[in-house]
Design a protein around this ligand. Structure first.
Ligand code: ADP
Ligand code: MG
Length: 351
């Protein structure tokens, strides 16, 4: 049972807009207690929720051009509306929602591309339900609930980065998140530079199982090492990690080196040292490519070209195996950089 503060119900209709996120650095560390550094993107999902007199959910998405009626009792059926239905099922199970609701979604976050449309949708629905209901919880709790919903109702074994990023992120700042303590710090994004997010055109889906395999490999590494947090392992444990059978040794190396890169990236951002920040992004991509093996050969080529055309750093971003890449580009070359990238890869979309 979820414990919440009680408040007066005041309204019957509410609108919530929540942006997507891009991860600047810190990939696959958020389920191992490591550090991450996401930032909001300029795209968002808007959820309108009205309470109705019935017992059902009427869910409309303009993105999918479809309306779906569902009972509040949840069963996952692989339809896009699972994500909305799961929120209301979670709330009903915890005694925080009863009756019916009309829910309508509008979004310009491309779904399934690593920009966390799922977390934005879940957090927006939970915030809307908080407006309309008798519970009052913090945005951090909303993020934790969204993760529980994604893990337990939707069967996606994601960490906590996405939900915290979209619930607590602020425009103009990156969110430095310690996923072990859930401490957050807003770190201003570098002046005079664009955090350019491009969709590679390669579709990915977390539920294809490859993400879950990486999680399982990390669990195996942790067990073999007797180390609950591979991001924070000391030198002696790291020596033992490198001696483990492949690929677990490389998975563990990514965990520790990626965590350290996030800490250095935060220092670089605070110091306005964009060259170091860019270099760390490059190193992160190499680690994802060679050690964690979550990139894609076509995307590797795009990242390489992004640098050749003047980005200070570039890396795949998100769960992996396709989706988006993020590049740090000086504003004064940005239009030319964008043109060159589009000429080389007509299939990419600038987010
Ligand atoms: P992402 O990387 O965008 O988070 P996910 O696979 O985790 O990708 O989540 C995508 C899912 O979120 C979709 O399959 C759908 O169920 C839901 N979703 C995202 N955007 C919308 C939308 N505009 N309308 C309805 N459902 C959406
Ligand atoms: Mg998602």
């Amino acid at each position: 049972m979820v414990m919440t503060k009680q408040k007066e119900r005041t309204d019957y209709r509410t609108v919530q807009t929540v942006p997507g996120r891009v991860n600047i650095i810190g990939e696959h560390t958020d389920y191992n207690g490591g550090a991450v550094l996401p930032a909001l993107v300029n795209r968002s999902i808007t959820v309108t929720v009205s309470l109705n007199a019935g017992e059902r959910l009427c869910i409309h998405s303009s993105t999918f051009g479809e309306t779906k009626n569902r009972p509040t009792r949840f069963s996952r059926d692989g339809h896009w509306s699972d994500y909305v239905a799961a929120v209301f099922a979670f709330l009903s199970d915890n005694g925080l929602f009863s009756g019916g609701a009309d829910i309508s979604l509008e979004s310009d976050i491309p779904a399934g591309t690593g920009l966390s449309s799922s977390a934005a949708l879940l957090v927006a629905c939970l915030k809307a339900a908080r407006d309309l209901s008798v519970f009052d919880v913090s945005d951090k709790t909303i993020a934790l609930w969204a993760q529980q919903i994604e893990n337990k109702f939707l069967g996606v074994p994601c960490g906590i980065m996405d939900q915290m990023a979209v619930a607590l992120g602020e425009p103009g700042n990156a969110l430095f998140l310690d996923t072990r303590t859930l401490q957050v710090e807003q770190v201003p994004l570098p002046d005079g530079h664009t955090i350019a997010v491009c969709h590679s055109g390669i579709q990915r889906r977390l539920d294809e199982g490859r993400y879950a395999i990486r999680r399982a490999e990390c669990e195996e590494g942790k067990k073999l090492l007797g180390e609950p947090n591979p991001c924070l392992m000391g030198d002696e444990t790291f020596e033992r990690a490198l001696a483990l059978a492949t690929p677990i040794n490389r998975r563990m190396r990514h965990q520790r080196t990626e965590h350290i890169r996030v800490l250095k990236a935060v220092d670089a951002m605070r110091a306005g040292d964009v060259d170091t920040l860019g270099r760390l992004m490059d190193e992160s991509h190499v680690s994802m490519r060679d050690d964690f093996e979550i990139t894609h050969p076509v995307l590797d080529g795009m990242v390489l070209r992004a640098r050749q055309h003047g980005a200070l750093g570039s890396r795949m971003t998100g769960g992996g195996f396709g989706g988006c890449f993020v590049s740090l580009v000086p504003d004064n070359i940005f239009p030319r950089w964008q043109q060159l990238m589009n000429d080389d890869f007509p299939q990419i979309t600038l987010i």
